[in-house]
Design a protein around this ligand. Structure first.
Ligand SMILES: [Zn+2]
Ligand SMILES: [Zn+2]
Length: 82
């Protein structure tokens, strides 16, 4: 099951678990669309893997299968230019 992290690791933007617009790698490093499609160029800066659109979890299931509340930020800044 996906953790559905609540924020972008680069810019700390909020990412709702029940909405599209988040991107993840195979380790579920999580980014907003602006970072993933912009400076990151669709590649995770942590592991070098590709980023794909994160599926949204229907909001009615979040009470039983809650999203992660742990905010994760990268230790080092992300690239800011493509
Ligand atoms: Zn971002
Ligand atoms: Zn990664």
């Amino acid at each position: 099951m996906l953790k559905l992290k609540p924020n972008c690791e680069c810019c700390d933007a909020d990412l709702a678990p029940d909405e599209a617009g988040a991107f993840i790698c195979s380790f579920e490093c999580t980014y907003c669309a602006i970072c993933a499609e912009g400076p990151l160029g669709g590649v995770c800066p942590n592991c070098g893997g590709g980023l794909v659109a994160r599926p949204a979890r229907p909001s009615g299931l979040l009470a039983k299968f809650p999203a992660s509340a742990e905010r994760v930020r990268r230790q080092t800044p992300c690239p800011t230019t493509a």
